[in-house]
Design a protein around this ligand. Sequence first.
Ligand code: PNS
Length: 172
Amino acid sequence: MTKEILAVYPGSFDPPTNGHLDIVMRASCLFPKIIVAITENVSKRHIFSLEKRINLFEKITENLKNVEVTSFSGLLANYLERINSFILIRGLRALSDFEYEFQMALMNRKLNKKIETIFLMTDQTYTFISSNMVKEIAMLGGNIIDFVPKCVDEELKKHVMGLSKENFAKQC
Ligand code: PNS
C-alpha cells in the first residue's frame, strides 16, 4: 500500500538531458508531487556547480507544477528520512544501467527498509543519451541539440567557450 505521496527523483544531472526530462514528466503523472533532489556524485567529476544544475532543472520543469527542484548532501537514505518520503524514482536504460541501479536500490533498502525504488524504463528515443556523452560531444564541438533541452545546450556552449585550453584538456 502506498501511503506516501511524495516521490524523489535523485541524481547528479550534470547536465540534465532530454532523457531525464522524459522521466520526470512521466513520474509527475504518476505521483502527486515529485522532488528532484540533486547532489554531488563523489565518483563523478562535475562540470556544472550544484546551483547551476538546480537552475537548469528548474528551467526545464517550470511547466510541471507538481515538480520541485532542490539539493541534498550526504546519504540519500538519510535525506529521504528527513523529508519523510520513501519512494525513489530512477530511469533505466537497457542493460548497461541495470547492475549499478540494482545495487543502489538494494543498498538504499538495506540502509532504510522503508525505501522502495521505482524504475521507469527510458523511452526508446532517449536510450542512448547520457550526460557524460553529451558533455564529451559538446567539449569536442559536436551538436547536442537533439539530446538536451535548449537552455542546457546554451549553457554547455557557454561553458565550452569559457574554458581555457588547459582546463579543456582536463575536462575532456
Ligand atoms: O545521476 P547519478 O549520478 O547516477 O545519481 C547517483 C546518486 C546521486 C543518486 C547517488 O550517487 C546517491 O544517492 N548519492 C548520495 C550518496 C549516497 O547515498 N550514496 C549511497 C547510494 S546507495
